[in-house]
Design a protein around this ligand. Structure first.
Ligand SMILES: [Zn+2]
Length: 187
């Protein structure tokens, strides 16, 4: 895989939060095998309410609902942002409690875009929840930034739900953001 320089990495998206990127294969890592689904992004664990910053200069394309308890009982209401950077890369920043930008906004590297939400509701996690969800609850990891990276604007699909991909194939244009985040963590 092509190496990504610190300059390409940009700003760390969680200012003030420990700079930990899940290693490949570990919980929260890119394309993690979750049994019936694969993880489309990387989870950066952070206290609920932590500030989420832009990795680079970009334009806000979408702001909308991401998870809710009507579709999955152990989910809380969260939001996502889709931004396109100067290099034509598309970042989805998801599982947010709030957004501080609007569609069409031009944003700078390091600009605060919103706050981390609590995507998981421990009161609703029981034995029917997937093993990876119970594992997160056990470790108190119910709040995080879910980050996806695409080479082209993401398309909607019935196979895509809550940052996961169900069934064969994978989302068109989906990239592994791990190296970029590691570069950002050193910036
Ligand atoms: Zn995730």
């Amino acid at each position: 895989m092509r190496r990504i320089s610190a300059a390409e990495g940009g700003a760390w998206p969680l200012p003030g939060v420990e700079r930990l990127v899940p290693a490949p294969g570990s919980p929260g890592s890119f394309w993690e095998d979750r049994g019936d689904r694969r993880h489309c992004g990387v989870d950066l664990y952070a206290p609920a309410g932590s500030k989420v910053a832009s990795i680079g200069e970009a334009t806000v394309l979408e702001v909308g609902p991401f998870t809710n308890p009507r579709s999955v009982p152990y989910w809380n209401e969260t939001l996502y942002l889709l931004v396109e950077d100067e290099g034509g890369r598309f970042f989805k920043l998801a599982e947010l409690a709030s957004a501080e930008v609007r569609v069409g906004d031009r944003i700078e590297s390091g600009q605060i875009l919103g706050r981390v939400g609590s995507v998981l509701n421990p009161m609703k996690i029981d034995d029917r929840a997937p093993a990876y969800i119970r594992g997160l609850e056990d470790r108190g990891r119910t709040a995080m930034l879910h980050l996806e990276l695409y080479a082209s604007r993401p398309e909607s699909s019935e196979r895509y739900r809550g940052g996961n991909w169900f069934g064969p194939g994978r989302p068109r244009g989906l990239l592994d953001p791990t190296d970029l985040l590691i570069a950002s963590s050193r910036g």
